[in-house]
Design a protein around this ligand. Structure first.
Ligand code: IVH
Length: 688
């Protein structure tokens, strides 16, 4: 048994190791080891700590990031060094940078002949300022700015941010306070909102509120859910640490301690250098993974900073130079409904055009009915629109004070559309537990047509090679094709017509026609899948084909009958019935099958009874690399009546393991399921 001393040594090693991997993973996005290896380190540490709880007295364990209990309120913290703010230059032109440099030169009594001043340029992150107090390298306390003199103790919450080291690498300073911004990345913001939206829960207005509101949550587990991030931009109190000579060297030193520091920074000289940085970052603004509202210029020399000093709680040596705002106020003239590629109906606000986030915006998404109702956006309302990054603009909230006296009613999708798709007139539906209304028009709805054609032609459906995005656009926009049946209509799809299309050579035209010809006799399962019925994926299509044997049988099945098919539940059954009860869909199918038009003849499956087949009722899982193509093996098994599943469970009868089989093979062994190598598998196929 390890002694406490040994355990403590090992815990120290493990914590450092885990800290290093957290930095690689979260900050650098370059993991060095697979997750499973990381988990092993973590579990080893947890086991040690369970055995020796004394190890937790030092607050640097990654196992304790999310462990704190919800608080009733935050304690107040007096900052040893005040947390100041910076002056903002609102002139977003080059003039903003020139004015700052001129002021600095004047303060430093420099004349025209003197050398340009050296500046450190950084991003102005849009989040919440935080002070991280490290004592002998261990994170002891994290606090908000508050009024600059007294802030709040948010240590528990900040610990959940995995970007923030719990122990600094190679730093044993008695006190080192790191200052920086807690923010929410655009991706984490979008993901959080998507999840909330899907559950009908309130969304965050913008990443800044996500970060600021997150840090103020009393329950740390709610903070962890937001996946906040952090960038350092300066120091607070330091003791027992030798300050470098420049601000840029301070940030370099922090970076070496595994503190996250943005790489988008530069040391430049004079006003021209500032202007260059401002322009370069503006060009990159949309593609940054997080929001910024400007850049920050700081006199680089700490000695000069001291000479310049402060005016009214703002340093003279720094300034924020803004960019055009990513949120603006405008008026909603109308609310339109857009039909997406899967029939999803999205309310879109038609706006008084407004310049936001660098472009003029006149449409902004309202996402779905629930969001529109929750924000209570009505025609005539004044709203805040947000356009950040290359994401589509959205309506963030209503400025209720400005609501006109006479206003419409709360948004209601069904009522607004009279229950019909605005493009094709088909019924609209919203399934229980779903946030979206959808057009049930399927193949008939022009808005869905292009996507439907692409799906129809895709490799796993009808496998028509050469029918890609651009061609489908041309065919549909040119009125040549509007349903899959038209693809088989020789009066439309012929060499002469196709060669007339832009960028279509004779060779590719004839290749396409050949591919279409080759697809005239699809397996029934592929054909069903190709129709693009909601909730009917490849596996379900196969089950349906096997069960019903003919398309006709499937089309006539009611929900109850459909549910007798294995794996078909009420939702799938309902989707199928809804699809076949749309006359347009039936028309397209009839045209596809009509000898004089589509001329398609799906190869009918032997109806239901697979019982007679040798492998009926047996479930196989294929794993590892087989000499035979996986697809071929699957087809052979299915032809013999077997079912091929993707994962191993108690219901699996055989696992066929090729070379380098991994976790599925392990699981099979665990569950005691028969494992065949490829040789045995071939013998089995031959023998049955
Ligand atoms: S320096 C003494 N640098 O902007 C100077 N601040 O009013 C202290 N901010 O809320 C601030 N990015 O949290 C500095 N690169 C940056 C910054 C930055 C964002 C925030 C800061 C504060 C506000 C400044």
């Amino acid at each position: 048994m390890a002694s406490l001393k040994e355990a403590s040594k090992r815990a120290f090693q493990l914590r450092n190791e885990i800290g290093k991997h957290d930095y690689q993973y979260y900050v650098l996005d370059q993991p060095l080891i697979p997750d499973a290896e990381y988990d092993k380190l973590f579990q080893e540490l947890q086991a040690l700590e369970e055995k020796y709880p004394e190890l937790l007295e030092l607050h640097d364990s990654p196992t304790q990031r999310v462990g704190g209990k919800p608080l009733d309120s935050f304690q107040q913290v007096r900052h040893e060094v005040s947390m100041l703010s910076i002056r903002t230059e609102t002139d977003i032109s080059d003039q903003g940078a020139i004015a700052f440099d001129t002021r600095i030169r004047k303060e430093l009594k420099l004349s025209a002949g003197d050398a340009p001043v050296e500046y450190a340029c950084e991003l102005k992150f849009d989040g919440l300022a935080i002070n991280l107090r490290y004592v002998h390298g261990v994170l002891e306390q994290a606090s908000t700015r508050g009024d600059g003199t007294v802030g709040e103790d948010v240590t528990q919450n900040v610990r959940t941010i995995r970007h923030i080291p719990l122990r600094l690498a190679d730093c044993n300073a008695a006190v080192l306070e790191v200052r920086g911004e807690v923010y929410m990345s655009r991706r984490d913001f979008r993901r959080y909102n998507e999840k909330q939206r899907a559950q009908g829960l309130p969304t965050l207005v913008n990443p800044r509120n996500g970060a600021a509101g997150g840090i103020r949550q009393l329950d740390p587990s709610l903070v962890a859910k937001r996946r906040l991030s952090f960038f350092a931009y300066g120091l607070g109190k330091t003791e027992g640490w030798k300050l470098p000579a420049t601000h840029s060297a301070v940030l370099d030193a922090l970076k070496n301690m595994n503190v996250p520091v943005s790489n988008e920074r530069a040391v430049v000289h004079g006003a021209q250098g500032l202007i260059g940085f401002h322009r370069r970052i503006e060009a990159q603004r949309d593609s940054l993974p997080f929001d910024i509202d400007g850049v920050v210029y700081k006199v680089n020399s700490l000695a000069l900073q001291e000479r310049l000093g402060y005016v009214s709680r703002e340093p003279r040596w720094a300034v924020a130079h803004k960019y055009p705002a990513e949120e603006q106020i405008t008026v909603v003239h109308d609310i339109d409904i857009q039909v997406g590629r899967t029939g999803k109906l999205t309310p879109v606000a038609k706006l008084e055009p407004v310049f936001v986030g660098g472009t003029t915006v006149s449409n902004a998404t309202l996402h779905n009915e629930d969001e529109t109702r929750r924000k209570d956006v009505r025609i005539g309302d004044t709203v805040i629109v947000r356009r950040a990054g290359d994401v589509i603009p959205e309506v963030v909230s209503v400025v209720l004070d400005k609501r006109p006296k006479k206003t419409g009613k709360r948004f209601d999708m069904y009522e607004l559309l009279g229950g019909k798709c605005p493009v094709c007139g088909s019924a609209i539906t919203r399934e229980e537990g779903e946030a979206d209304w959808r057009c049930s028009g399927g193949l008939f709805c022009p808005a869905q047509r292009k996507q439907a054609l692409l799906h129809f032609a895709s490799r796993r459906a009808m496998d028509i090679e050469g029918l890609g995005d651009k061609l489908v656009d041309q065919l549909v926009d040119g009125g040549l094709v509007s349903t899959p049946a038209d693809l088989f209509d020789k009066s439309r799809m012929n060499l002469q017509m196709l060669s007339g299309l832009e960028r279509m050579g004779e060779k590719s035209a004839s290749n396409l026609l050949e591919a279409i010809e080759r697809s005239r006799q699809p397996a029934l399962a592929r054909f069903i899948y190709a129709l693009g019925i909601r909730n009917v994926g490849e596996a379900t299509a196969k089950d349906l084909a096997r069960h019903f044997g003919t398309l006709k049988n499937l089309m006539h099945a009611d929900e109850e009958k459909l549910q007798t098919v294995p794996d078909v539940g009420p939702i799938v059954a309902q989707s199928i019935v809804a699809f076949f009860s749309e006359k347009h869909n039936v028309d397209v199918i009839e045209a596809l099958l009509d000898r004089n038009r589509g001329g398609l003849s799906p190869k009918e499956s032997a109806a239901a009874p697979k019982e007679g087949l040798p492998l009926a009722g047996k479930t196989f899982v294929l794993t590892g690399t087989l000499a035979m193509a996986r697809e071929q093996a699957k087809e052979k098994l299915e032809a013999l009546g077997a079912k091929v599943a993707g994962s191993v469970s108690k219901k699996t009868d055989y696992v066929v393991a090729g070379a380098e089989a991994g976790s599925k093979l392990e699981k099979a062994r665990e569950l005691g399921i028969a494992v065949l190598d490829e040789q045995q598998f071939l013998e089995l196929l031959r023998g049955v």
